[in-house]
Design a protein around this ligand. Structure first.
Ligand code: MOS
Length: 713
């Protein structure tokens, strides 16, 4: 039986994953490997004045202690990813005596055994000249820069301030979202080995071709001499998208020692050697006429970043384009502090910024005495208001309607504190979800074998989302084969390049190119070609330049689609409905049920799609109730850098999670009508939860996470 788009399957890598057959980068055994251990900075700002390393070097088995004293100049300066480069931070540890943030790598100790490396690292004494750090917002010494001064555009149209002043109904409020840290199950490990001048890297990566070229640039070697192997990834969601600093250091250590080197950092070190979600503060002003039509939207954001890097979250690009509104003003500011550089984390712009917008929409609904679902319905639009681009397809209203029906929204009594169950206040909240639909330039090789099996090869990435299965289904569809006859190879820089596994583009980008290759195979079969047929295909989506293929081969992404770029706005939509219970006396918040209704184009692989969206809703609950990195303002150090104190939802926090997938055919977004869903599910859930808490208690949570102490009388 042939399979294809929309057929329900277990993930094809599922068995290997649950039986231990899937080898993650961290699992790979390399012969004669030496082990590295990181020493990270005890101060957040200042200089290293010296090392006492005699005791460290005396530990039996120690091979070398790498510091800036012997590594200076080893790693070339390269551009920040936002400027077209590869790195997620331009801070170069071991380049100088300068300390930019707490937990910066200050030494890499390599030994015959992990234990010896660790012991030596603990015996290394580092002396510092410490300066008082600025940890973040409100600290003396931060530098606030308008994002527009750093080259980013602030979306706007009309005259929002005048319209706000003149409007009949208005709300204005400030919101905040916390620092959050990636805590993937697989730590930020790297194994580097050299043979005949060629470097092999085993490292979990969301962009193997980017890693290959970026490392080559950092180490000043030919990219053809770098091979990145990353078939499975133990958690990504953004943290493995751009290059982190440890990779070049481990590779350089291996080169100098003439021996493979493996680094397995600690979980605490992962908080400062990788990227994380930036803390934000936001201000939203909404004004409407009495019938609920938006007249003005003002959204300003402030985001903490590192001293040298202008990492922009910038969710106003999305919040300015969701609802019909003639007057919009947005502005984003970056607050440079003595911190490591933040970066992508699942729905980087939308998760924090939609929290503020969708909370404000709820506040506006109360100010209008209008149902919050109805407020969103009447401000729906098929054109984004900034440039007037038509949405390629958009069914937010369908999501609101289907979600409301399935949730039983008509049974909600609108007034705050009006629903209860015994000792629990009950609240129901709603919020919009949106994620821009991206598609990138991609290449793939598909081979039809004489025995009726087929192989798909592309350097795309399965970050746990089910990409192997989705891509396998594309080949099954294209060749008319059963999924079990398809072998999919991903995550290796020797394969034809595909884009970063970011911006939820993989399914759209790769399925479109795989289908193209399959069509060519079918054409050749029709012409009578016998035997194995191998076809290499390239796909440049509409609106992207032809030379984006060449760029991709240099490890540079070309992503199109989305809300801002082309002739149309492309996005997937959803509506999140969520129930909370808040206990009368303890004020604990429980979430008995959440429901998301989504319209996200063609659903390629339904079981994995549901799984992604379910996981997204759970993540959204975590983002609203649990996740927060605590920062000591005196030392600019992360305090809860461990899984005991960095809270994420556990089974007991999650009860009923329901996903509705609406049919949506989009013939405009891309030939297959695929929109990404990897990041859609966790957008808006935090606002739905906060809105539900307001409905339950009459207290409006504007600062995440919502904690018991916020709900005490
Ligand atoms: Mo995702 S945060 O775009 O890797």
């Amino acid at each position: 039986m042939p399979d294809g788009f929309g057929t329900d399957h277990q993930r094809i890598d599922g068995r290997a994953k649950v039986t231990g057959g899937a080898r993650y980068a961290s699992d790979v055994v390399v012969g004669n490997v030496a082990h590295a251990w990181l020493v990270t900075s005890a101060i957040a700002r200042g200089r290293i004045t010296g090392f006492e390393d005699a005791e460290a070097r005396a530990v039996p088995g120690v091979l070398e202690v790498f510091t800036h004293r012997n590594m200076q100049g080893a790693v070339a300066e390269t551009e920040f990813f936002a400027k077209g480069g590869y790195v997620g931070s331009t801070i170069r540890p071991l380049e100088s005596d300068q300390v930019w943030h707490a937990g910066q790598i200050v030494a890499l100790v390599v030994a015959d055994t992990l234990e010896a490396a660790r012991e030596a690292a603990q015996r290394l004494r580092v002396r510092y000249a410490e300066e008082a750090p600025a940890a973040g917002f409100d600290a003396a010494g931060v530098e606030v820069v308008a994002a527009s001064d750093a080259g980013f555009e602030d979306a706007g149209v009309g005259d929002a301030d005048s319209a706000f002043a003149a409007a009949a109904v208005k709300v204005e409020a400030s919101y905040s979202t916390p620092t959050q840290h990636h805590n993937p199950i697989e730590l930020f490990t790297t194994t580097a080995s050299w043979a005949g001048g060629k470097l092999t890297l085993h490292e979990g990566s969301q962009f193997v071709h980017g890693l290959k070229h970026g490392i080559a640039a950092q180490l000043r070697i030919d990219p053809a001499d770098v091979h990145v192997v990353s078939p499975f990834i133990g958690g990504a969601f953004g943290a493995r998208g751009s290059i982190t600093q440890r990779t070049a250091l481990v590779a350089e250590a291996a080169r100098r020692l003439g021996r493979p080197v493996k680094l397995v950092p600690t979980r605490a070190q992962g908080f400062t050697i990788a990227t994380y979600r930036a803390e934000t503060r936001q201000q939203v002003k909404l004004a409407a006429s009495r019938d609920g039509r938006l007249q003005a939207l003002v959204h300003e954001g402030w985001e903490v970043t590192s001293r040298p890097d202008a990492y922009k979250v910038g969710g106003t690009a999305t919040t300015s384009r969701i609802y019909a509104c003639p007057n919009v003003r947005t502005k984003v500011h970056m607050v440079h502090a003595d911190r490591n550089t933040p970066g992508f984390m699942r729905s980087p712009p939308e998760l924090p910024y939609m929290f503020a917008l969708e909370s404000a929409m709820d506040e506006l609904a109360y100010a209008l005495d209008m149902d919050p679902v109805q407020l969103r319905r009447i401000n729906d639009t098929q054109r984004e208001p900034i440039k007037g681009l038509p949405y390629s397809s958009r069914n937010l209203v369908g999501c609101l309607d289907a979600g409301a029906r399935a949730f039983g929204w008509e049974r909600r009594s609108p007034a705050p504190r009006s629903m209860r169950d015994g000792e629990w206040q009950v609240g129901w909240g709603v919020a919009t979800s949106i994620y821009p639909a991206h598609i990138g330039t991609a290449t793939a090789r598909v081979t039809l074998l004489p025995d009726g099996r087929a192989r798909v090869q592309t350097a795309a990435h399965d970050v746990g989302t089910g990409a192997y299965t989705a891509i396998g289904l594309a080949a099954a569809e294209g060749l008319g084969l059963a999924l079990e006859r398809i072998v999919v190879e991903l995550g290796d820089s020797d394969l034809p390049p595909a884009p970063v596994a970011g911006g939820s583009n993989t399914t759209a980008s790769v399925c479109n190119v795989v289908i193209k290759a399959c069509e060519e195979i079918r054409a050749r079969r029709a012409q009578g070609q016998q035997g194995a047929i191998e076809v290499y295909a390239e796909n440049v989506p509409e609106g992207l330049p032809p030379d984006s293929i060449g760029k991709l081969y240099q490890g540079r992404n070309a992503l199109g689609g989305g809300l801002e770029g082309g002739k149309q706005a492309m996005a997937a939509f959803g509506a999140i409905f969520l129930e909370v219970r808040v206990h009368d006396r303890t004020r604990e918040v429980r979430v008995p049920r959440v429901l998301g209704a989504f319209a996200a184009g063609r659903i390629v692989s339904p079981r994995q799609a549901r799984s992604q969206l379910t996981g997204g809703l759970i993540w959204g609950i975590g983002a609203a109730l649990h996740e927060q990195t605590e920062i000591d303002p005196r030392s600019a150090r992360y305090m809860n850098d461990n899984m005991a104190e960095y809270l994420v939802p556990v089974n007991a926090d999650i009860r009923q999670v329901e996903v509705l997938l609406l049919d949506e055919q989009d013939t405009q977004a891309n030939p297959l009508g695929i929109k990404g869903i990897g990041e859609l599910g966790n957008v808006g859930t935090n606002a739905a939860l906060a809105n539900a808490v307001f409905h339950a208690t009459g207290t409006r949570p504007r600062d995440l996470p919502v904690r018991i102490e916020h709900l005490m009388a």
